[in-house]
Structures are given as structure tokens and as C-alpha cells.
Design a protein around this ligand. Sequence first.
Ligand code: HEC
Ligand code: HEC
Ligand code: HEC
Ligand code: HEC
Length: 474
Amino acid sequence: MRFPVARRPNDPWPAAVGSVGRDRALARVRRRLGMVAALVAAPLAAADEPQRWLGASSCASVGCHAAAEAGHAPWQSALTTWITRDPHAAAARALEGALAERIVAAIALRDGAPQPPATSHHACIACHAPAPAAWARDGVSCEQCHGPAGEWVVAHTLPGWKTPGNAAGMVDLADPATCARTCTPCHVGAPPRSDGATFEVSHDLVAAGHPRLAFELRSFKQGQPPHWRDRVALAAAGTIPADSVDPLGEWATGRVVALEAYLDQVARQAGAGAGPEGVAGTWPELAAFDCYGCHRQALSVVDRGQPVAPSRGRVRLQPAAWALLAETVPGAAPELLQLRDGIERDWWRAPDARRVRGAVETLATATRLSGDAAATRGLAERAVAATDAATWDEAVVALSLLEALLDHQRARGAPAERTAAAAAALVDVRRVLAFESTGTGAARVRANSPRGHDPSAVRGALAAAAARLAELGN
Ligand code: HEC
Ligand code: HEC
Ligand code: HEC
Ligand code: HEC
């Protein structure tokens, strides 16, 4: 069956806004954001009633973050990048399309009751329109990731400001664990908000056409058009010290935080936290399982129907969450894999939520892969050998590790002529993995679903890439 696909509305800006068009462009940003001009001049006017949320408009000055992209540093054009190219700026508008309507209709059918529209539905707004009502149509904007700006918007423009941890509430997104914890509520799941709005994309929602969720920190950061400095490139150029950048540590931290969020969600689905914490007792929640354990054809929003998975005859938990665990947290992997195998064996029975939560604690304190020499020796080949290429999700996780390894080499100054063969081999892996693309606008690629899957081609491409990386002497 085919579902209608939500078409992204035309971008409000042309792709390149030169400095000539800047004023006009800024005026359009202001109109788009429904900006109250006074807000920029006096963001903290109501001092006795601290305004924690200011809205994206308060970042929208040409001298701050709304410069044109050409000729400016990424931080100067952050808002321009976000509003023209970042899917988060369209997150609220996604609730206005035909696909959203279809998803809510499926909820109505399930619950047998009339439902509010998606734009105000408690099952949608926490992730798609989380800002206070005045800015809800901004979608996922600056403050959702960087923290409510009321207390730091002035301070962060003063000389001497550096992101001092979480001082004044600005979130330190350069720290991988903090960054991953910022993304996972919306990209994996989280307990409901105090007003009852939920962070869960259940099988009911994906069966109605919602894209499934599968999160990997580094590829999702790359999937957002970056509005930040490329630290790997800076380290490669010697601008910042090589050892201040650890792509492998970032990869491992992203894996761990995503698995923690996944397990936490499983514990809730298994019945923990009934009551205010919500979603209790929906086990087996099929979204926690390997989609292609049951489905044999591509399930992506756009490119449905291609054969994807060989017959397996076994229900497994999401490989996207579990793949390469032994490479990620070598010490803790056996205990965690035992838990996983136990859940899979009796998959129709709700797992013991306390054991699942215990695993979250084990993970949080486990020693992770980092970029030190002992850990990286032979890593590419070990990882590929541990990957079941017949499982698309596992192959995607392996790709993300190989990409981190290549960045590890680059950051440590391996010259482009030495890394070129490995880089080309990784492009090849991407090609055979057949990521879904929406085919609209700026060739957006979805990192979570395949258009099709040819296991032997994927196996060959991964092995070739691992061999090229090994030549670099990890
Ligand atoms: C847990 C957070 C979360 C919840 C809850 C959620 N979504 Fe989403 N939604 C996402 C994410 C993340 C994506 C993008 C997924 C991807 O492509 O990897 C998305 C994508 C979509 C898309 C496709 C947008 C596009 O541009 O292709 C639509 C439509 C959508 N959601 C509608 C809804 C509706 C309607 C609801 C409520 C019934 C809802 N979502 C609930 C997180 C959520
Ligand atoms: C979906 C999350 C998200 C949203 C929305 C978002 N950012 Fe960011 N931003 C990030 C991440 C992640 C980083 C840091 C990445 C890193 O340092 O590795 C970042 C970094 C930055 C930086 C630092 C750049 C640098 O080179 O150090 C600035 C400035 C910034 N963002 C401004 C904004 C503004 C302004 C908006 C709204 C228009 C915005 N961001 C929206 C995630 C987000
Ligand atoms: C244990 C088996 C099982 C797992 C695991 C599972 N599904 Fe399903 N899925 C079903 C069944 C049975 C139906 C038909 C009934 C329904 O709609 O719930 C279905 C229906 C669907 C449909 C609508 C029908 C279609 O083929 O277009 C989609 C889309 C879908 N599932 C996607 C997913 C995704 C994405 C995942 C992984 C996050 C997943 N499923 C995991 C069993 C499963
Ligand atoms: C408040 C919820 C929220 C947070 C926080 C959030 N996202 Fe998203 N993200 C979404 C939604 C909703 C979408 C889908 C938007 C659409 O397509 O309309 C999305 C889409 C994306 C996409 C595009 C996915 C695709 O397949 O097209 C990427 C990449 C992404 N997010 C990365 C990140 C990263 C990295 C972070 C953390 C730094 C992050 N997001 C934080 C809600 C969120």
C-alpha cells in the first residue's frame, strides 16, 4: 500500500542569498518568524518576570546569526542555514500536510474517538512543535537544542564568553554526550512532558506512514546542514590541536546515549512508570523490534516495496540500537547482550523493567571506545567482521564507525592523497546501502530507511572500505 508523501513547502529563500539581497532576505526572516522588532533590542525587558524562551527571532540579526551563508562563518549564518535548509525549521509545517492527517486518522481509527488536528495533538507536538505557543510554527528552533536563551542571550554576546559548561542554561552541544542527550528525546523517545505530550513513535504511527526512528549521532549531525565549525577540518589544518578532536569517542558516545534512550523507552513500554510517566504496558511494542524481521519490503515513507530483508524467521530487537556493542563498550557488552537475547527469546512477554533500567546504568558507566592507538588497531576489519551485512541496519552502523575512523585519521593529519582511496570506498558503501531520498528539493537523504538492499554488494563494499582504512594504519 502507498501513502501520500508530505511535500516540503518551497523554501522561503533562494539557495544563495548574496549580500545585496540581505536586507530583503532579513525582512523575510522577520516576517516568517512573526518577529516583534522590540524583542531584539530589549530581550530581557520584563526583568521581574524572566522570559526564558525568546524564540528564533531573537537570534535573527545580520550582525548575530542571520548573515548570508556565502562569505560568513557558519555561526554567523546559523539562522539562515536553519531557516533555508534545516528540516527542523519545517518540523511544525510537517504537521499540516496530508501525511500528518493520515497518521492522526489512524489514531482515530484505533481509539475510536475524534482526534484534534496534528498541529495540536499531544502525540505530535512534543517533537514537531515544541516551542511555546507564540513560536510553535517555528518547529524545532534554536532554543530546543541550545536551551532557553532568556538567561544567556545578553551574556553570550559579551567579550570573554565561552560556553562554560551549562552556565546560564546554554547547552554545551560541542560535548558529544550532551549533544546526543539533546537529540534523543525526539529521535529515539523519552517520558511524556508534564502536560501529557508524548515522545513516542509507536508501530501504530509507523504503520500509518510516519518514518521510523533510528538515531546515530554523527550521521544525524551531518544530516543537518551544519551551522557549526568543522572541527575535524580545523584539526587537520593544525588550527586546533589534533587530540582535542575524537571522532571515535564521539561515535561511541552517540551509540551509548542512543541505546540508553532506547532501553529507557523499552522499560516504559514494558510497564515501568505507569501513571504520570505514562505509556505503560504497550508490550510488545513492535517499534522496539527489527522492522525487517517481520517485513520483507522497504518501509520508507517514499520508496516502499523493494525487497529488503532475507527471511529470518526470528524476531529481534532493533539492530540499529544494538549493533557493534562489543566494539563500543567492550567490558559491558556481554551483560547487555545477555539481556537482549533474553528479551528476544520471550519477545511477546514484557521484560523486567528493573533489569532493563539496570542495563542503562551499566552502559552509563562502561568504558567506551576512544581514539587511542590500542583501541583503533584493526578496528575497521574487526567491526566489519562483526557485522551481519544481510541486516541493513547493522551495515549502516558499521558505515558510521568506518566514517568516524576516517575522520580520526584526517584529524591526525593524514594527507588527502593518503585518505582518498578510503574516502572513495566509503562513498561506495553509501551508494550500495541505497539510503532513501525524498527526491524533492536539495536531494535530501533520509538516514534511517533503505530503498532496497543487496546484502552481497553491501558485504563487499564494507570489506573493501575496511581494507582501505587498514592501509592507513589505524
Ligand atoms: C518522538 C518524536 C516524534 C513524535 C512524537 C512524532 N514525530 Fe513525526 N517525526 C519525528 C522525526 C524525528 C521525524 C524525521 C524522521 C526521519 O526522517 O528520520 C519525523 C517525521 C515526520 C513526518 C515526515 C516529514 C517529512 O518532511 O518527510 C511527518 C508527516 C510527521 N513526522 C508527522 C507526525 C505526526 C502527525 C505525529 C503525531 C501523530 C508525529 N509526527 C509524532 C519525530 C516525531
Ligand atoms: C536540532 C538542533 C539544533 C538547532 C535547531 C540549532 N542548532 Fe545550533 N548547533 C547545534 C549543534 C549540534 C551544534 C554544535 C556542533 C558541534 O560543535 O559539534 C550547534 C552549534 C551552534 C553554534 C556554534 C557554532 C560553532 O562553530 O561553534 C551556533 C552559533 C549556533 N549553533 C546557533 C544556532 C542558531 C542561531 C539556531 C537557530 C536559528 C540554531 N543554532 C539551531 C544544534 C542545533
Ligand atoms: C513482530 C512483527 C513486526 C515488527 C517487528 C514490525 N512490524 Fe510493522 N506490521 C506488522 C503487522 C502484523 C502489520 C499489519 C497490522 C498493523 O498495521 O499493525 C504491520 C504493518 C506495518 C505497516 C503498514 C503496512 C505496510 O506494509 O505498509 C508499516 C508501514 C509497518 N508495519 C512498518 C514497520 C516498521 C517501520 C517497523 C520497525 C520500526 C515495523 N513495522 C516492525 C508486524 C511487524
Ligand atoms: C524537539 C525535537 C527535536 C530535537 C531536540 C532534535 N530533532 Fe532532529 N528532527 C525532529 C523532527 C520533528 C524532524 C523531522 C522534521 C521534518 O522532516 O519535518 C527532525 C529531523 C532531523 C533530521 C532529518 C532526518 C531525515 O532523515 O530527513 C536530522 C538529520 C536531525 N533531525 C538531526 C538532529 C540532531 C543531530 C539533533 C540533536 C543535535 C536533533 N535532530 C534534535 C525533532 C527534533
